[in-house]
Design a protein around this ligand. Structure first.
Ligand SMILES: O=C(O)CCC(=O)C(=O)O
Ligand SMILES: [Fe+2]
Length: 196
């Protein structure tokens, strides 16, 4: 017998390992030691959200998910073969064609904030389709459900200099996420509200 919660917990565990590898690589790409982003607990929280999009009889009149950037540090997304995901690139919406067995990895707002724009969160949306239902599974790395966390996140000090001053104010993850959801999905409004 296949128990859904067993599968989900195993999936979460595997993605946590993958997340660790990605955070190592992202730290190195910023010129920091590989463990930097995990040392500051960017990989600690994991929120897994399963989306079901029913077929829509009039896709031109509806949207699956409104334009937004993800709030957390990083998102690992699994989509099925239906398609509909688009990213904003050079002010144009570009289809993210489904590739069997491949994950989509999105930089989130909090990674933009700590990297002081070294990485930029990506704006994306999901169109509806009238062909078949669509399923996607998003794994967000973010710690808003650790209410005891007192860690403040701001631009990483090692990345700052006279030429590269801090662009964002410090925040608790839960305060950032609260602000994000108080606005609702709306492009990149939340992160711009944290600019100095
Ligand atoms: O359904 C998708 O492919 C993406 C959903 C999404 O953008 C999100 O959960 O943040
Ligand atoms: Fe998203």
């Amino acid at each position: 017998m296949l128990i859904c919660s067993d599968v989900l917990f195993e999936y979460a565990k595997q993605l946590k390992d993958l997340g660790k590898t990605l955070f190592d690589l992202l730290s190195e790409a910023l010129g920091l030691k590989p463990s930097y982003l995990t040392d500051i607990e960017c990989n600690q929280g994991q929120v897994i959200v399963c989306h079901y999009y029913p077929p829509c009889p009039q896709p031109e009149l509806a949207i699956g998910t409104s334009r937004h950037s993800d709030y957390g540090f990083l998102t690992i997304l699994l989509q099925d073969e239906i398609g509909g995901l688009q990213v904003l690139h050079d002010d144009r919406w570009v289809d993210v064609a489904p590739t069997p067995g491949a994950f989509i990895v999105n930089i989130g707002d909090l990674l933009q904030l700590v990297s002081n724009d070294g990485f930029r969160s990506v704006e994306h949306r999901v169109l509806t389709k009238n062909t078949a239902p669509r399923v996607s599974i998003a794994c967000f790395f973010s710690t808003q459900f650790h209410p005891a966390s007192t860690r403040m996140y701001g631009p990483i000090k090692e990345l700052l200099s006279n030429e590269n001053p801090p662009l964002y104010r410090e925040t608790l993850v839960r305060d950032y996420v609260k602000h994000y959801f108080s606005i609702g999905l709306d492009g990149k409004t939340a992160i711009s509200d944290f600019m100095l």
